[in-house]
Write a protein that binds this ligand. Structure first.
Ligand SMILES: [Zn+2]
Length: 75
């Protein structure tokens, strides 16, 4: 399944409505770790309507910086 953020085919379903109604599903991308619900707005789940600033297609994920480094534990 194609990820809505990085556009690679590494996304898959990780959860669905427990009553079996198909009311919602949750997907996760193993490449960019993005997750989304099937019930979210089009500007979240449709790559053509998403804000390009948030897209990660054509981005080398290994070169991204960590925005908030985790400090070492204080003893
Ligand atoms: Zn992705």
């Amino acid at each position: 399944m194609k990820c809505v953020r990085c556009l690679h085919g590494d996304a898959h379903k990780v959860a669905e409505a427990p009553d079996g109604s198909g009311a919602w599903e949750v997907y996760l991308c193993d490449r960019c770790n993005y997750s989304w619900r099937s019930t979210e707005e089009e500007d979240v789940i449709n790559p053509e309507k998403r804000d390009p600033w948030f897209q990660l297609d054509k981005v080398d994920l290994d070169t991204l910086q960590i925005p908030c480094p985790i400090p070492p534990l204080v003893k």
